[in-house]
Design a protein around this ligand. Structure first.
Ligand code: AP5
Ligand code: MG
Ligand code: ZN
Length: 218
């Protein structure tokens, strides 16, 4: 399966991605997580990406597209992938389409997790993330089993630098201007599936799983 996850900041893309990737054994490719890893390792890419991410802006398309194309060459992508946070601009979506078309392939589905703006700030400011494995938690809605420690790998969870109120507002604005057009892009191709992301995490996952199984049997 080749799946794209779309949705505003805080919609629950990362949360659902972990569940989907585990259940269907496809790699979870989060461009945000890859950039954050590069930032913590102080690579050239990380140094460049940080300038944009700290402001809530998108990292330039060229850097992002090369990064994802390179990631696709990894062996674990043989049976598909789950993209979280990519594509985020029409240019990225076209690049992905061309990359797959060259191999006679295409994506199976684009899942849009819809959440109104009024939910986003609460979700972002209460979020805690695992710096080692990328898992997302929430102090109220989805706390780790042991306070402050990741359920999956035991590392201490932290707050993301771009989860301050001011940066979140900028990220929502950037989403509306640059990423929202992708909703129509995939709708026109009959590849869009919309799920209401205001429901409980398990409910959202159930709806997504049903859809993936229907698509998988086509
Ligand atoms: P990225 O890391 O992708 O951030 P984002 O899109 O802003 O999305 P988030 O990770 O903030 O939200 P999410 O939807 O994953 O929510 P989560 O599951 O954590 O990108 C960061 C930056 O990197 C960008 O701003 C940009 O600079 C750069 N970048 C990345 N990709 C790029 C690209 N392709 N091109 C250019 N630049 C790029 O959930 C949020 C919180 O809510 C958590 O606390 C969670 O526990 C909780 N929660 C989740 N689901 C529920 C639920 N159903 N009910 C209650 N709480 C819930
Ligand atoms: Mg995320
Ligand atoms: Zn972890």
């Amino acid at each position: 399966m080749k799946i794209i996850l779309l949705g505003p900041p805080g919609a629950g893309k990362g949360t659902q991605a972990k569940l989907i990737s585990e259940k269907y054994s496809i790699p979870h490719i989060s461009t945000g997580d890859i950039f954050r890893k590069n930032i913590s390792e102080k690579t050239q890419l990380g140094i460049k990406a940080k300038e944009y991410m700290d402001k809530g802006l998108l990292v330039p398309d060229e850097l992002t597209i090369d990064l994802v194309n390179d990631r696709f060459t990894n062996d674990d992508c043989k049976n598909g992938f789950l993209l979280d946070g990519f594509p985020r601009t029409v240019k990225q979506a076209e690049a992905l389409e061309n990359f797959l078309k060259a191999k006679g392939e295409g994506i199976d589905t684009a899942l849009l997790i819809e959440v109104p703006g009024s939910y986003i700030l609460d979700r972002m400011t209460g979020r805690r993330v695992c710096p080692s494995c990328g898992a997302s938690y929430h102090i109220k809605f989805n706390p780790p089993k042991v306070d402050g420690l990741c359920d999956l790998c035991g590392s201490a969870v932290v707050q993301r630098k771009d989860d301050s109120e001011e940066t979140v507002k900028e990220r929502i604005d950037v989403y509306e201007k640059q990423t929202q057009p992708l909703v129509d892009f995939y709708k026109q191709k009959n590849q869009l599936f919309v799920v209401d992301g205001t429901q409980l995490i398990d409910e959202v996952f159930k709806i997504i799983s049903n859809h993936i199984e229907i698509e998988g049997n086509k």
